[in-house]
Design a protein around this ligand. Structure first.
Ligand SMILES: *Cc1c(COP(=O)(O)O)cnc(C)c1O
Length: 368
């Protein structure tokens, strides 16, 4: 058996540590673990979604309606677009996969920011495509445009807000950028955290309706973050109907489970849960900012549901990550991104209190 060489060379994606692993490694009971490494909603599953899973459990024996009619109708209503503008994926990750696999071969080039969501590069490597990154620390549309003109990539990824750094792009700047890109290059707007960003500052809010006339732009959203359904694996892409029709050729039948569809659909209507999540996120983010100020830590301005600390001097992200784990706290060490930094998902007030107390304890110990 011989695997293709570029597949052998692929590193395996490192996700936030799953609960089971933490429990086994450190002998900590699940109820005592504070899991803030994967940007999940700390309030869990939206109550309406939980109800829908319960109410529809008896349908799990059946294949889902493969047109995903109900969910597309609801998303269409929410965003003011038609079903033909929407594709549903097993997480928006799967839509990224469809885009890259549909457009890239070993001659292809994919342009992205220096530090951004790891899956873009992983899918590009599946195809042995060339990955081009801008040199700036965060998204910079001016250099992005320079690189675009120089390399003529097949795909450009813009992640706004960006995971794992938290910055976002003003809507006007993105719309102007899109005008400069020819139709033969696909621009993927990964908006996994857009709900948070739009709540914080509406001038950063990009809506899919504004891009569906463009033939070469896709907007990606997910139910994994604010909707609290990471375990159900549902995401979506919205774009021009011709682009969406092409991507549908990549989609395996029944890629979303019956219960995931029901849960995702119900979560869209749980406005109380969404509002509570947004309010908590930014009130609690302020606590992390105060803490950073008090302890002279560098914290990045975030438009998402996490904060990223850039560490200096004696503070090492892997060391701190491990010390937190021993105390049952999971955060994301960004060493695999080549950074001495940790990313912490904003938790509930109680969780954040524990995290901050432990961080204070750990860093004062290291600094002394
Ligand atoms: C979480 C995340 C996604 C998608 O997650 P799914 O669970 O696959 O929907 C996509 N992009 C970014 C930047 C993310 O952080």
């Amino acid at each position: 058996m011989r695997f293709r060489q570029h597949i052998c060379d692929l590193p395996t994606y490192e996700v936030g540590k799953p609960l089971e692993l933490v429990m086994r490694d450190y002998n900590i009971a699940p109820a005592d673990i504070i899991k803030l490494g994967s940007n999940e909603n700390p309030f869990g599953v939206a109550p309406l979604a939980k109800q829908a899973i319960h109410d529809n459990a008896h349908l799990a024996y059946m294949y889902p309606d493969d047109s995903y009619y109900e969910l597309k109708e609801s998303l269409g209503q929410k965003y003011g677009v038609q079903s033909e503008h929407i594709i549903i994926g097993s997480g928006s990750d799967q839509i990224i996969e469809f885009c890259v696999h549909a457009l890239c071969d070993e001659m292809a080039k994919v342009l992205m920011a220096q530090t951004t969501f790891a899956m873009y590069a992983i899918y590009a490597k599946h195809c042995n495509a060339t990955i081009i990154r801008t040199k700036d620390f965060t998204h910079n549309l001016i250099s992005m445009l320079h690189y675009y003109k120089e390399y003529k990539p097949n795909i450009i990824f813009l992640c706004t807000p960006n995971n794992p750094l938290g910055e976002a792009l003003p809507k006007v700047a993105v719309m102007e950028f899109l005008q400069q890109i020819d139709n033969d290059c696909l621009v993927v707007l990964d908006c996994a955290y857009m709900e948070y960003c739009a709540y914080k500052d509406s001038s950063y809010a990009i809506t899919p309706k504004e891009i569906i006339e463009l033939p070469n732009v896709i907007y990606l959203g997910t139910f994994s973050k604010i909707y609290g359904l990471g375990g159900m694996r549902v995401g979506y892409g919205i774009g021009n109907n011709k682009l969406i029709a092409m991507l549908h050729k990549m989609r395996p039948p029944f890629n979303i489970t019956t219960l995931s569809l029901k849960a995702a659909n119900a979560s869209l209507f749980d406005e109380q849960f969404l509002l509570q999540s947004l309010r908590n996120n930014f009130a609690e983010m302020d606590r992390y900012k105060c803490f950073a100020n008090q302890y002279s830590l560098e914290i990045l301005e975030s438009y998402a549901n996490f904060v990223t600390f850039l560490l200096h001097n004696k503070l090492n992200s892997t060391k701190i990550g491990t010390l937190l784990l021993q105390r049952g706290i999971v955060v994301r060490d960004l060493a695999s991104y080549g950074l001495n930094a940790i990313r912490i998902t904003i938790g509930t007030p109680q969780q954040n209190e524990v995290v901050i107390q432990n961080l204070i304890d750990i860093i004062t110990n290291i600094r002394d």
